[in-house]
Design a protein around this ligand. Structure first.
Ligand code: ME8
Length: 478
């Protein structure tokens, strides 16, 4: 076993800028990347953009922009959004990069050599919004895309197929041998029953499209965007050899693209004779104030706006604390503000400010923790570890806030600030500062900026503490 940990987000389409749903996936992946980094692992954390799609062509036309100018501009917006949100990705991949086209061609040739790519006639529906082929029976309410509820385009063309049906049994065998391949388990069950019902071959190229990666040796066809996009995970590892040495440990995404990752992608890898990823981690879908996120409804929330108003850490905290990971959730600024004021301003922020202000005035020495504190700290650390491992971020955070509440009660019940006996007061303050220090340590992957501020204010020199007051971490917002 090497010491590497490789995690990915989906590569996002660039027909628009990032909204809160995209930020959610990227932030959750960032928490795991930081968490594993903190455990001494060598982390590769990739995100990026999926450019070779019909919807890119449509969006560029809509903006009256030349396509390369459009893709450069949009890729810049996505990359800088993650930068502004302090995301710790180690790569940002664009599928229009030469490094990617090369790997996609190699990959295609491997599937071809395995006898899994053949020419055929495709007739059916295509939804550009999901870049997905649909059969008549997949459509809902008189012929609409089941996800976007828009009318798909009728496609009748010659293209190349991928022999997905051949992989039904190998996939089922693989699932049986890898109980955790898809998390949470109920999503895995959906995938398994889908595959059990039987798989059909899928169209893997489009005819005479001017945009995309050409099929090797057939310039009249471009590779279907998904057959190109999934391969990005290999490109990030430097190509096929890199992936063979270390395939992704975690692919994170929302439920609408779980089938691509848990069925088509493993089948493609089997066909190409390559190792499969460790786990597909799937979360739910967000609505805004109870309504589907949609530009036409005008309810798109820009994560940068939220970060500007409440701070990056507050946005991260809210997203991970409010919505049980895996389930569908609702974003509401009112709820964000409520949690900001109650959990962050009055909770962690106030606790840290009080303890640090008291500790600053004291000559504190390292001593022995009261056993109640020792237990509380241990319980918090264990819960955070186990829950983060299971992607139950909301429960990990709830455990930290339970420890903060424990500290708050102790501070108030003991009225530590008013204790006259120096030794007793210092001993109790030592309990509290140790708790705060440990709270900051476990919160580092979740709210890195605030955690670092707390940790920086608690400096031990040998066994003497130099604590400093800090500016309010989360000033109350009216
Ligand atoms: O599907 N709630 O790109 P995409 C939660 N390019 N998460 C959401 C969300 C919402 N309302 N909306 C988007 C694609 N997301 C392909 C992926 S990967 C090889 C190719 C997040 O721009 C979530 O992670 O439509 C979802 O799976 C992803 O954005 C879809 O991004």
């Amino acid at each position: 076993m090497d010491n590497k940990f490789y995690i990915t987000t989906p590569i996002y389409y660039i027909n628009d800028k990032p909204h809160i749903g995209h930020a959610y996936t990227t932030i959750a992946a960032d928490v795991l990347a930081r968490w594993r980094f903190g455990q001494g692992e060598d982390v590769t954390f990739s995100t990026g953009v999926d450019e070779n799609a019909q919807k890119t062509v449509d969006a560029a036309a809509k903006h009256n922009e030349e396509i390369h100018a459009y893709t450069d501009r949009m890729a810049g917006i996505w990359e800088s959004t993650w930068e502004k949100l302090g995301i710790s990705n180690t790569d940002f991949i664009r599928t229009t990069e030469p490094r990617h086209a090369e790997v996609v061609s190699d990959f295609w040739k491997r599937m071809e050599a395995a006898g899994d790519i053949y020419r055929g006639k495709y007739e059916g529906w295509y939804c550009t919004a999901c870049e997905t082929f649909y059969k008549e029976e997949d459509l809902v309410s008189d012929g609409l895309c089941p996800i976007h509820k828009t009318k798909p385009e009728w496609v009748s063309e010659e293209n190349y197929y991928f022999a997905l049906s051949k992989y039904q049994q190998p996939l089922l065998d693989f699932y049986a041998a890898h109980e955790d391949f898809v998390a949470p388990a109920y999503r895995f069950n959906e995938i398994k029953s889908f595959v059990e019902r039987g798989l059909e071959d899928v169209s893997f190229s489009r005819e005479k499209k001017p945009w995309g990666i050409p099929v090797p040796d057939d310039p009249d066809q471009v590779i279907y965007v998904w057959a190109d996009a999934l391969v990005n995970y290999i490109t990030v590892m430097g190509g096929i050899e890199g992936w063979e040495q270390h395939p992704a440990d975690i692919h994170m995404m929302a439920k609408e693209i779980a089938r691509f990752h848990a069925i088509i992608w493993p089948a493609m890898l089997m066909s190409a004779g390559l190792p499969l990823p460790g786990q597909i981690v799937v979360h739910g879908f967000f609505t805004i104030d109870g309504v589907k996120i949609s530009k036409s409804l005008g309810n798109v929330i820009d994560p940068l706006d939220m970060a500007e108003r409440y701070g990056i850490d507050a946005l991260r905290y809210f997203l991970l604390r409010e919505i049980p990971f895996g389930e569908d959730g609702d974003f509401s600024e009112t709820k964000l503000k409520d949690r900001y004021n109650s959990d962050l301003a009055n909770g962690l922020g106030n606790f840290a400010a009080r303890i640090l202000a008291l500790a600053e005035k004291e000559e504190l020495k390292k001593g022995k923790l009261d056993s109640a504190f020792e237990l509380e700290i241990q319980k918090m650390q264990q819960t955070v570890f186990l829950k983060t491992k299971e992607y139950r971020f909301h429960e990990a955070l709830a455990a930290v806030w339970a420890a903060i509440a424990f500290g708050d009660r102790y501070l108030n019940n003991e009225a530590v600030w008013a204790i006259k006996d120096d030794e007793d007061r210092r001993k109790k303050l030592f309990n509290l500062i140790s708790l705060l220090d440990n709270v900051a340590a476990v919160l580092l992957p979740f709210i890195p900026e605030s955690s670092r501020k707390i940790t920086a204010a608690i400096q031990w020199e040998d066994d003497t503490l130099h604590a400093k007051k800090i500016a309010p971490l989360f000033p109350r917002i009216a």
